[in-house]
Design a protein around this ligand. Structure first.
Ligand SMILES: [Zn+2]
Length: 64
C-alpha cells in the first residue's frame, strides 16, 4: 500500500475503485490513466484514456 499512499499525496491525482460491469471484479485504477485500462479478470475495457481524465466504463464505487 505504500506506493498508493505516496501517489495520493500528489495534487490532482486520484484513485478510483471501479467495478467491472462484465464480471463484477473491483479494481483500483488511476483517475488519469496514461493508457486504456482493462479488467484484470475478464479483459474488458473499464477505463478509456483521454487527454484530461479517464472515461470510466464500469461503475465507480469509491474515490481516494
Ligand atoms: Zn471484468
Amino acid at each position: 500500500m505504500t506506493k498508493i499512499e505516496q501517489l495520493v499525496k500528489q495534487p490532482k491525482n486520484k484513485f478510483l475503485k471501479v467495478k467491472c460491469e462484465s464480471c463484477g471484479n473491483e479494481q483500483i485504477i488511476f483517475s488519469v490513466p496514461s493508457r486504456n485500462v482493462k479488467c484484470l479478470v475478464c479483459n474488458e475495457e473499464i477505463a478509456k484514456s483521454t487527454s484530461h481524465k479517464a472515461k470510466i466504463k464500469g461503475k465507480i464505487i469509491e474515490e481516494f
